[in-house]
Design a protein. Structure first.
Length: 507
């Protein structure tokens, strides 16, 4: 310690009565003998550079960073002190105060400690490191944890019109003083302490300071008048501090949690339409989602901007658009199939739609016969023969029932209808059977297969072949031609015979 006394007077000299620190007490020090006429600057430098020096470097870290209220936090000290004596010891104060007369607490000891807070209240953390000297040399390292908040449970389901639910809020970090602490506000739905149209407790405010700081808050027993998925929040604000640059607003942390209210009167509904409900692969489809508020939902709380998230149900990434009450996207389905399109519509952040209520809309993209095996008919086995009744049974999927089935047997006979039909082929050969399926919306798909018809067995084979030929159109034509030829021959022979007969002579 050096005192420099400077006088501006030339007439009256300064008289020094005592220039020694008679009682340095327990502070480690080096005594410098008085050198007349005094201790010069060089002597002071030599004392400072040659005297006792700790050369200490210390710090602490925490994990996870940022911290999670209600979960374990690990604090780890790092220290190097070449000038310290003996083993170093570590003590922790998790809520120290920036005050000259503050008495530091010992809430944990060790170079690495784990706590689950709150409790204890944790914000301004001070690590004190002592060596083994008597009296001990001390090093203090102080730091602020960032303000972080958490609410549990993260999702609660309630019934419209019935009171229920219980929520616990916790937070850590931030800045407090001896006279100021935290302010908090729960927001469950649009409204205020006097406007409770949407729910029974739109906002709940509180504050904590001094010894009343617990870093915890709770809320319970709410009822909602409209169904929907409400994005409720807990907001915690600390004390604005000029010294660290947060005055006047301070820091804030917001924790969101969902309240799923089920019931018959939603805040709004979401409808989804497509310009083509029956697209084929690689077809561009325009999908439109529209949010429509229930008439009784207060107009002053309605959002004018929505975030729409489209899930196409085909494994492709979702698409998000921010538009007014109508949101539109275009999408190409990579393959044919039946897809359920889901749209999540959420009120965008705004002064009116404070809860960002979320609703879902759905649309079934359902083409007829989404796969090659979904619409089919089985061929008879073994192969049928001429004159045998052949049965066909159809199956169909996709589209919209009921279905209409139309059969073309490929032999020139009239078509038939029905999911199960029978037909008799009058000749052998291979025939193309075509099944046409039509659903209730007019979608049409066809299934084509070939059926082989064999000749009747028996009679050694030759007689059955001749019988089949004679009963065929060609055989009947040949028989008719043969009959005509035979008749013509008979007529010709009769005429010729009459000319060749001998004439009788008259007497």
């Amino acid at each position: 310690v050096r005192f420099d006394l400077v006088s501006a007077s030339t007439g009256t000299p300064i008289t020094i009565f005592n220039d020694l620190l008679l009682n340095p007490g327990v502070v480690r020090h080096v005594t410098q003998s008085l050198v007349s006429p005094g201790v010069d600057t060089t002597s002071i430098f030599n004392v400072l550079s040659g005297g006792a020096s700790l050369n200490a470097v210390a710090n602490w870290t925490f994990s996870p960073n940022p911290e999670i209220p209600g979960s374990p936090i690990i604090f780890t000290a790092q220290a190097s002190c070449p000038g310290c004596i003996g083993t170093l010891s570590y003590t922790w104060d998790f809520s120290s105060k920036d005050s000259p007369d503050y008495a530091y607490k010992t809430q944990a000891t060790g170079s690495s400690v784990t706590i689950t807070a709150p409790a204890p209240v944790t914000n301004r953390v001070t690590l004190t490191i002592n060596d083994s000297a008597t009296p001990a040399d001390s090093i203090r390292v102080t730091g602020l944890l960032p303000l972080a908040a958490r609410v549990s449970p993260s999702v609660t389901t309630l019934s419209q019109g019935s009171a229920g639910g219980s929520w616990s809020g916790q937070w850590l970090g931030g800045v407090t003083t001896s006279t100021s602490g935290y302010t908090g506000i729960w927001v469950f739905c649009p409204g205020s302490g006097t406007v409770k149209t949407v729910c029974s407790a739109p906002v709940v405010a509180f504050s904590q300071s001094g010894t009343g700081i617990t870093q915890t808050s709770s809320a319970s027993a709410l009822s909602y008048n409209f169904a929907g998925m409400y994005n409720a929040t807990l907001k915690i604000s600390d004390t604005g501090e000029t010294q660290i640059g947060t005055f006047p607003a301070g820091n804030s942390a917001v924790s969101s949690f969902l309240v799923n209210v089920t019931g018959s009167t939603p805040a709004y509904t979401v409808s989804v339409t497509a310009d083509d409900n029956l697209p084929g692969a690689s077809t561009v489809v325009t999908l439109t989602a529209e949010a429509t508020y229930t008439l009784s939902y207060p107009g002053s709380f309605r959002g004018t901007l929505f975030n729409y998230v489209f899930n196409f149900g085909d494994g492709t990434p979702t698409a998000t658009v921010s538009q007014n009450q109508t949101g539109t996207v275009q999408h190409t389905f990579p393959s044919s199939g039946s897809f359920m399109v889901k749209v999540v519509a959420q009120e965008a952040i705004g002064p009116r739609a404070v809860s960002q209520i979320q609703e879902n809309g759905f649309l079934r993209i359902r083409p007829l016969c989404p796969s090659t095996s979904s619409c089919d008919f089985a061929l008879p086995s073994p192969s049928p023969t001429v004159g045998q009744s052949v049965s066909f049974t159809a199956s169909a999927a996709g589209g919209s029932s009921p279905y209409t089935f139309t059969w073309d047997f490929g032999d020139g006979s009239p078509t038939a209808t029905g999911s199960s039909v029978s037909h008799i082929y009058n000749s052998s050969g291979t025939f193309n059977v075509t099944l046409t399926i039509t659903d209730s919306t007019g979608q049409v798909q066809t299934v084509k297969k070939t059926v082989t018809i064999n000749n009747n067995s028996g009679g050694g084979g030759g007689g059955s072949d001749l019988a089949s030929f004679l009963t065929s159109p060609a055989g009947l034509g040949l028989i008719a031609a043969a009959v005509i030829i035979i008749l013509a021959a008979i007529l010709f022979l009769r005429r010729r015979g009459s000319k060749l007969a001998p004439k009788q002579l008259s007497s």
